[in-house]
Design a protein around this ligand. Structure first.
Ligand SMILES: C[S@@+](CC[C@H](N)C(=O)[O-])C[C@H]1O[C@@H](n2cnc3c(N)ncnc32)[C@H](O)[C@@H]1O
Ligand code: SF4
Length: 376
């Protein structure tokens, strides 16, 4: 966890895209891993969370897709040895792939970096937990829990089951015993209807020995216009008051950390604002879908593993042109659809929370149409 934080802090402390790219090139020359790869081995989910594209009807009309093991292995050989952060699931539910642990085993063999997954955890049977622990398959297990009471959790995580979640957390704690890994992180996507119960979240994370609590704002786009009013951008005082209380509890606990977006009342120059002007993600962050498509951060597709090798994609005219434009400072058009980089960023702007004209990659992938209706 600390190595991950140090790496992030060093990256954020470099305030120029050129210098960041030079640092990455230097690391590559020293044979150090540089990529951040997010890869999904499937495109399905067992839940229908209200703020997630998986709750939209169109996503279920898309053919379900499992990445063949041979393709995964080939991608792994081409990219994992140079990968510093490998997220073995990002947009869907990893355990919908029944053989997911076999994919994780390949990853563990080939990746020299930090391996994590993000999951709703509801399909994690005792045996799966045991194998992950015994074989040290993951460095970090990120579990999404958007409510700590049955009614809130089940209302947001539609088709979820809070008591099942608690039994998984119990099993994880029991089987983990004194092992350090994986670090258990709780992801909490914040909205108006679940912010207040964060006042009791510290007791919850202590009880289940969760080491990191990551709070993130819900990011909403047109298919979710019915949720726009629930964005905390419209409930600033409430957010600041709850987070200040939660922060105090975590400040006194050296074993646990809290990651949260800035308070609205905070002086923005005190926060580590990631911004598009000096972002170097396009040089190291790749998102790979279960059908072999490769996206360069939020900029877009650079090819497909069924047609091209990773080396060929990186050497393509398209990638060279994008990199050259970014290094010239022409990023506005290329980065316009990105809502990754302002995660901890400028909370004074509504666009950090609600993007009325943007269709995130995942929705584009599902060919979902956007309503043009504007939020109040
Ligand atoms: C899309 S899920 C995929 C992994 C897994 N199924 C899970 O729920 O953890 C990844 C994360 O995105 C979060 N998420 C879903 N919709 C979101 C939204 N509109 N804004 C911000 N985060 C969102 C989820 O809460 C979860 O933590
Ligand atoms: S569990 Fe994850 S992928 Fe599934 S609907 Fe919820 S947020 Fe989306």
């Amino acid at each position: 966890m600390f190595a991950k934080n140090i790496y992030r802090n060093v990256y954020n402390s470099i305030k120029s895209r050129h210098l960041r790219v030079m640092a990455l090139k230097g690391m590559a020359l020293l044979n150090l891993p540089i990529y951040r790869i997010n890869i999904d081995t499937n495109n399905t989910c067992n839940l229908r969370c209200v703020m997630c594209y998986m709750s939209l009807e169109e996503t279920h009309q898309t053919k379900s897709q499992l990445m063949p093991m041979e393709l995964f292995e080939s991608i792994a050989q081409q990219t994992f040895p140079q990968t510093r952060f490998l997220e073995l699931s990002c947009g869907f539910e990893p355990f919908m792939n029944k053989n997911f642990l076999d994919y994780a085993r390949i990853a563990r063999k080939l990746c020299r970096g930090h391996i994590s997954i993000c999951t709703n955890a509801l399909l994690m049977k005792d045996q799966i937990i045991g194998e992950i622990l015994r074989e040290n398959l993951l460095d970090e297990l990120i579990i999404s829990i958007d409510g700590i009471t049955e009614s809130t959790y089940n209302a947001i995580r539609v088709k979820g089951n809070f008591s099942k979640l608690l039994s998984v957390l119990d099993s994880l704690k029991r089987q983990k015993e004194d092992r350090n890994k994986p670090i258990v992180r709780m992801n909490y996507t914040m909205m108006r209807n679940n912010i207040e119960e964060l006042e009791d979240v510290y007791e919850f994370v202590k009880k289940y020995d969760i080491k990191v609590l990551q709070l993130r704002h819900a990011k909403l786009t047109p298919p979710f216009s019915q949720l726009f009013d629930d964005s905390l951008f419209f409930h600033k005082e409430l957010y600041d008051s709850v987070i200040s209380k939660v922060k105090k509890q975590f400040d006194n606990d050296k074993n646990r950390s809290l990651i949260h977006p800035p308070l609205f009342s905070e002086n923005q120059s005190n926060t580590t604002v990631a911004n598009k002007q000096n972002c170097a993600y396009a040089f190291f962050n790749f998102i790979i879908s279960s059908n072999g498509d490769v996206n360069m951060c939020a900029i877009g597709s650079i090819g497909n593993f069924y047609q091209h090798s990773f080396k060929e994609m990186l050497k393509s005219e398209k990638v060279k042109d994008i990199h050259a434009s970014l290094l010239k400072g022409d990023y506005q058009a290329l980065c316009k659809d990105c809502y990754l980089v302002n995660d901890l960023g400028d909370v004074q702007h509504k666009s950090t929370f609600i993007q009325e004209d943007t269709l995130p990659d995942r929705l584009r992938e599902f060919k979902i149409k956007v309503e043009t209706e504007k939020a109040e």
